[in-house]
Design a protein around this ligand. Structure first.
Ligand code: SF4
Ligand code: SF4
Length: 341
């Protein structure tokens, strides 16, 4: 099993290196012209946790709930260009704190062009939205970020005193999903300093883990452009190594192809992962002034890619980013577009 995994990783690295020198330009052109990986909308940039590994603590933007008319315009624009996957989120914020979340999901669900709807949450505010309401809203995927049911670990990592509430909400979510015939795919993302066996030793958590669709444990964490130091994380949580930085000079980041993020004030950015203040060179404009297509096909974005690819001019925000992944990753056969999604 282990040997197979190692062989697979070696073969994947060889294939990815091949694309670094011989990019698949046809595939690249599809990514440049279409939002094949989808659209992300940050309907609110507010969170009720303050995780030690997250850039939320460094956000300078005003906390905001996206106005409904702006949200509807984005969805209408997305539908008019063919739609696809839709995610609620962005660099930071928990969608369950958006008071219009259910209405927004219902609105998007009316469009047959809008396919899979997903988001990530810490589950702390789920009881206020209602578990059944959420599971029957038209949502397809929920990714729950948690440290498991060790309440002390939750307090340390999420810096929230709502561990017990999160635990009850997560149990209700997973159980209700099963009762309803699994309308949503539930993935549990473990962010903890404890060994995974220790987390699974908790009987209630093990039951939830078994009923969910998958449990993914995260070992490495981004440093958010050098803001988070290794000493800020407890033993057992490590900063991601800069292993891919050698490729950075050759290949633009995969975030610049096939997706776009609209922040809660309408700012369109190509990096819905690390542009926490919406003020980087990856900002393309504002959805209030342009259509989604105009933003994605903008001259500005074409230049960012071109300068990175040909002149090795890397945007400042990307220069030491540990979240970087070369665009060649998306050329691997197993990550190519599933047109039915
Ligand atoms: S729950 Fe998510 S958005 Fe909130 S602080 Fe933690 S990682 Fe950041
Ligand atoms: S390198 Fe980092 S900041 Fe730049 S687009 Fe990629 S993930 Fe975002």
């Amino acid at each position: 099993m282990m040997i197979n995994r190692i062989l697979y990783r070696i073969s994947r690295s060889i294939r990815e290196t091949y694309y670094l020198y011989f990019p698949d330009y046809n595939f690249l052109s599809i990514l440049e012209n279409n939002l094949v990986w989808g659209l992300t909308i940050e309907t609110c940039n507010i969170c009720n946790a303050n995780c030690i590994f997250c850039g939320y603590q460094y956000q300078k933007r005003k906390k905001k709930i996206m106005p409904e008319n702006m949200y509807k315009k984005i969805i209408d624009d997305y539908d008019s260009i063919g739609g696809g996957k839709l995610g609620f989120g962005g660099p930071i914020g928990d969608p369950l704190l958006d008071p219009f979340l259910l209405d927004r999901i219902h609105y998007a669900r009316q469009f047959s062009n809008i396919k899979i709807i997903s988001f990530m949450t810490n589950c702390i505010n789920l009881h206020n939205i209602g578990v059944k309401n959420l599971l029957t809203s038209g949502l397809n995927n929920i990714f729950v970020s948690t440290s498991g049911f060790d309440l002390k670990a939750h307090n340390i990592i999420y810096r929230s005193n709502k561990a017990e509430v999160m635990k009850n909400n997560l149990i209700n979510l997973v159980r209700m999903n099963r009762e309803l015939g699994k309308p949503c795919k539930i993935t549990i993302g473990l962010r903890t300093y404890q060994p995974i066996n220790e987390v699974l030793n908790d009987r209630e958590f093990r039951e939830i883990a078994e009923m969910s669709d998958s449990v993914l444990a995260q070992y490495y964490y981004d440093d958010w452009g050098g803001r988070i130091k290794p000493t800020s994380l407890p033993k057992g949580m490590k900063i991601r190594p800069l292993i891919l930085s050698l490729w950075r000079r050759k290949a633009p980041c995969s975030m610049l192809y096939g997706s776009i993020t609209i922040l809660s004030d309408g700012t369109a950015t190509m990096c819905g992962c690390r542009d926490i203040n919406g003020d980087s060179e990856l900002v393309l404009g504002n959805i209030k002034e342009s259509s989604l297509l105009e933003l994605y096909k903008s001259y500005n974005l074409k230049n960012i890619r071109k300068y990175w690819l040909n002149d090795k001019r890397i945007p400042n925000i990307c220069q030491d980013c540990r979240h970087y992944n070369p665009f060649t990753y998306s050329m691997l056969k197993e990550v190519r577009i599933n047109a039915k999604c």
